[in-house]
Design a binder for this molecule. Structure first.
Ligand code: GDP
Ligand code: GDP
Length: 448
């Protein structure tokens, strides 16, 4: 697969790099931020901006490691890393202090590296703060982007410009270019330690008589296991090995497994969330599931060790009801009761994964989609709030991706679309294309 372009945020300490980074990678951070020890690993994050995918590098994390003593050395190191690895650099400055000597030093270093550099001045929380922007042109640059990482102001414009020219995912998977069936379906197997992830992978590989070449993920420790079933290729992504590798994190094992799960989920088309039938579903599981769902990945809940549970029909239904009750973010979840040990219903997982994957295989006809949204908004006009009395207008709708299924609606006040209205439109799309059990992601973007 083609490498994603790398964007690096650099700048002095305290200008707001982490804040900006968190804003750009917001979903993921929300779940990993409180995992001690893990943040240090967190140098690279794949993010998506509209239909562009790129990797963002968090140089903020290096600071603590380069020592507090030498600011200059730390800057050199950061800039060196940025220049060596990044395709584009966001140079973040502090709009409260104005440019200082260190900033000019960084700018000089960046010039020598000849990378495209975007100058973003942070902490411009209101238009009245913009006066200071002129001072930053002293750095000898043509354009300065005012942003407020803390409030989100200006970040859209910055990202629009920074990602200009990056390959569009909307074209990457167009049918002319690749044979759909030759793309393996990537299935992440996630769950808390000891639920039976390794047992499941072992069972699968045994039964399908495939050479299970376990290729350890290079940077992320997700194990990739290719499997072929009924003429279709799959890649199992699992995080089972973490117990051995995680001595340093033993007390945070569960939380660490969440972090690992996330990297597997991000790479996957479909997610199998494994539970232990003797334990039920935990908050941790729900967190992971909700992360997967929001990232647009369909979920299969595999309740493992079913062989240990008494088989009265009531137990089964009770279990299901409990999951359904707590699984609020999705439509009725898909639940399969399995035994990784005996192999009971394990092959069914593949059929389900394949059918979920194929549900979003198609490309929606754009005219049809626009008509659908038009008639939905005609039926129920969007409530106008925080638009300064103006009417909320939707201009144009387009599908930007299939796996996950993402639709972008261009409108005049994207931030004013109420979540309940978003949910209404999401359901309209879901119904129209029978997208049950797969996440439908609707994004609103500004067009004046
Ligand atoms: P880093 O050291 O460059 O990663 O900076 P941080 O992201 O840790 O931010 C440093 C400080 O600036 C924190 O106290 C943030 O709350 C604050 N900060 C970050 N962004 C903004 C912003 O947009 N506006 C204001 N007013 N403060 C900000
Ligand atoms: P992982 O940490 O999620 O990879 O879990 P393992 O695959 O290492 O399994 C943890 C323990 O649960 C092992 O002792 C397995 O033998 C046991 N186990 C896994 N699947 C099943 C199952 O379906 N039934 C029973 N009874 N035990 C199981």
């Amino acid at each position: 697969m083609k490498k994603k372009p790398i964007v690096c945020i650099i700048g002095r300490p305290n200008v707001g790099k982490s804040t900006l980074f968190n804003r750009i990678a917001k979903k993921r951070i929300a779940i990993v931020e409180d995992i001690p020890g893990v943040t240090r690993d967190r140098n690279y994050h794949d993010v998506e901006w509209e239909d562009k995918e790129f990797t963002i590098v968090d140089t903020g994390g290096f600071e603590s490691e380069t020592g507090k003593g030498s600011l200059e050395a730390s800057m050199v190191e950061q800039t060196g890393i940025a220049a060596a690895e990044a395709d584009r650099v966001i140079f973040l400055l502090d709009g409260q202090t104005g440019p200082i000597a260190d900033d000019f030093a960084i700018m000089d270093m960046l010039r020598r590296h000849e990378k495209p550099v975007y100058i973003a001045v942070n902490k411009i929380d209101a238009p009245s703060h913009e006066k200071i922007l002129l001072d930053f042109y002293q750095l000898g640059v043509d354009e300065v982007f005012p942003v407020s990482a803390a409030h989100g102001r200006g970040v859209d414009d910055l990202l629009d410009t920074v990602t200009e020219g990056f390959a569009s995912t909307a074209h990457q998977d167009s049918p002319e270019e690749i044979d759909e069936d030759s793309i393996p379906i990537k299935v992440a197997i996630v769950g808390r330690p000891n639920v039976g992830k390794s047992s499941l992978v072992n069972k699968i590989c045994g039964e399908n008589r495939v050479v299970a070449s376990e290729v350890p993920g290079t940077t992320r420790d997700t194990i990739h296991t290719p499997v072929r079933r009924e003429g279709r290729d799959f890649i199992l992504l699992d995080t089972a090995g973490i117990r051995r590798k995680s001595k340093a994190y033993s007390e945070n094992l569960e939380r660490y497994s969440v972090f690992r799960s996330i990297t597997a989920i991000e790479e996957a088309h479909v997610v199998i969330l494994m539970l232990d039938a003797t334990e039920g579903i935990t908050d941790q599981d729900l967190k992971v599931a909700s992360y997967a769902w929001e990232a647009g990945k369909p979920i299969i809940i595999a309740v493992n060790k079913w062989d240990l549970v008494a088989k009265e029909t009531m137990t089964y239904r009770e279990f299901e009801k409990d999951i359904e009750h707590r699984f609020k973010f999705s439509t009725k979840p898909i639940i399969l009761f399995i035994s990784a040990l005996s192999g009971q219903r394990v092959v069914k997982l593949f059929d389900l994964a394949r059918s979920l994957y194929e549900k979003t295989r198609f490309r929606v006809n754009t005219n049809e989609l626009n008509e659908l949204i038009q008639s939905a908004t005609a039926k129920h006009a969007p409530p106008a709030a925080h638009t300064g009395g103006k009417r909320l207008k939707f201009y144009y709708v387009t599908q930007i991706s299939r796996h996950p299924f993402i639709i972008v609606i261009f409108c005049n006040y994207p931030d004013s679309v109420h979540f309940s209205y978003k949910r209404y439109l999401t359901n309209v799309v879901r119904e129209a294309y029978s997208l049950y059990n797969v996440p439908v992601i609707l994004k609103f973007r500004k067009r004046a």
